[in-house]
Design a protein around this ligand. Structure first.
Ligand code: 4AD
Ligand code: MG
Length: 465
């Protein structure tokens, strides 16, 4: 019966027992008399030390036990004499499942750059860094479901193939029906694949919000959690063409309650990481970001600033007047660039900021219009190191206002008639937001490139693995 390394280390009563562990060799070192194998099975960042007595095993048997090889070991667990581990396994039987030729195995013991590891996305989960990141990623997904479940929200599945462009930005990937073999034969390009999903236009969703709103108008409090797609050709450390988004939508919530939900939600997730991912966080902190834990604790311990956009612009203008330089111009009506967001968060308030009431021109058609005729009840949560981590709003619940705004912004009624129906039949105030899962992970792990917090990053021209 195999025991996971994480359980071996958490179960003191296993000491002196005979156990079986299986995993991948991280390294092997030693001398003429004894060989030490660092074994990792992915269940924890910690390796189990395997002690091989060379008077029992020949050097020949151990030859295939090199970095990257997969082995099964039966032996007796003992308290360790050496430094760096509490227990170790005295090998009795070693079976090699799979070798990894040291001349060609790409992950040798030395540290590799994150850039290099991105090129071997199929193997990088075997490194300490990516093992830690992906265990944290799993834990954050669990925290998210737990948070909403505890609060009586229902997990609602929205479609990935859809015809509506929620954000109205026109940055969608088209879905086409085609026969791959025809496509390969068709070198002249004479077959037209330009449309269609069985004769209809369809795309990959940019957001589950519109469908989520329908659900909130029936189930009260819902959330979605799934992949979303943006065909924007932006090569930045914070954008992916395929990313995961969590979108709660709550009937009867006004913007203030929406802000509180967003703040409670993020804090809950961070607390979860601190409670459940200590070893992985400590490792990442030691490797990449000495202030990681401090920053996580700081966010949990402080209230997010609530700031209207107009005041945000005033603060930025005052900074410019004092000589602070920005790459992009700042004026009322401008969409904030990440440098502006980070100025507010990192330099001015030194706290997360929830910016509200943006000019309606720079926000989507569905946001509730304020009485000033100029702004909408939008809210972006801005984070240190990240910039925008959440975008959301109170929704326009008036059928007339919403229809007019959709027309003004060129959203065809034929595409959203079903959405408008929620305002025709039993409309209600409601609010919601979208959290970018990978942006949350950037913050929690301290990694600085979004390509390093998702197993298979999709960015322009990158879809190999
Ligand atoms: O601000 P966005 O575009 O808002 C929406 O999609 C709304 N429908 C959400 C809602 O109200 N239900 O996206 C929401 C969040 C952003 O704040 C950001 O964290 C993340 O999604 N995001 C991206 N993450 C990675 N790569 C991209 N290209 C992203 N675009 C947005
Ligand atoms: Mg946004």
């Amino acid at each position: 019966q195999r025991i996971k390394v994480v359980d071996v280390m958490a179960t003191p009563s296993l000491v002196s027992q005979e156990i079986n562990v299986k995993g991948w060799v991280r390294s092997r070192r030693g001398n003429k008399n004894v060989s030490f194998i660092a074994l990792n099975d992915g269940s924890t960042i910690n390796n189990l030390q395997i002690v091989v007595d060379l008077s029992v095993f020949s050097e020949e048997t151990l030859k295939p036990v090199t970095t990257g090889a997969c082995i099964s070991v039966i032996g007796q667990l003992v308290e360790s004499q050496g430094k760096g581990q509490t227990v170790e396994l005295i090998a009795k039987e070693v079976e090699v499942y799979g070798t990894a030729d040291p001349d060609v195995y790409p992950l040798q013991k030395k540290g590799h750059s994150l850039e290099y590891l991105r090129e071997i996305a199929h193997l990088r989960p075997r490194t300490n860094t990516f093992g830690a990141v992906f265990r944290i990623r799993h834990n954050m997904a669990i925290a998210i479901h737990q948070f909403f479940h505890e609060r009586g929200f229902f997990y609602f599945h929205t479609p990935i193939v859809t015809a509506s462009d929620c954000e109205g930005a026109g940055q969608m990937f088209q879905v086409t029906t085609m026969n791959l073999y025809d496509l390969k034969k068709d070198e002249s390009g004479s077959i037209d694949y330009s449309n269609d999903f069985f004769g209809k236009q369809a795309s990959l969703t940019v957001s589950g919000q519109l469908e989520g709103e329908l659900a909130a108008m029936a189930l009260g409090s819902i959330y979605t959690f799934g992949p979303t797609f943006r065909a924007e050709n932006s090569n930045t450390p914070r954008h992916l063409a395929e990313f995961w988004m969590i979108e709660p939508e709550v009937a009867f919530n006004e913007i203030e309650e929406n802000m509180q939900l967003a703040e409670d939600f993020i804090k809950y997730c961070i607390q979860w990481a601190l409670d459940n991912c200590q070893d992985d966080l400590n490792f990442l902190a030691s490797m990449y970001d000495k202030e990681l834990l401090e920053r996580l604790n700081f966010v949990i311990g402080n209230e997010f600033v609530r700031l209207p956009y107009t005041q945000g612009i005033e603060i930025l203008e005052a900074a410019v007047a004092k000589g602070r330089k920005f790459e992009f111009p700042i004026f009322w009506g401008a969409d904030l660039a990440s440098e502006h967001e980070r100025y507010l968060v990192e330099e001015h308030f030194k706290k997360p900021v929830i910016l509200t009431d943006y000019p309606k021109e720079i926000k989507s058609f569905y946001m509730k219009q304020n009485d000033d005729g100029k702004t909408v009840r939008a809210m972006d949560v801005l984070f240190p190191k990240i910039g925008e981590i959440i975008g959301g709003s109170q929704r326009e619940e008036s059928y007339e206002k919403l229809t007019r705004r959709a027309q003004e912004m060129g959203v065809p009624e034929k595409d959203i008639w079903w959405y408008l129906d929620t305002r025709r039949f039993g409309t209600a105030p409601h609010s919601g937001f979208g959290l970018g899962f990978e942006r949350l992970l950037l913050f929690v792990t301290g990694m600085t490139n979004i390509r390093d917090v998702i197993p298979f990053p999709r960015t322009p021209k990158n879809a190999e693995f």
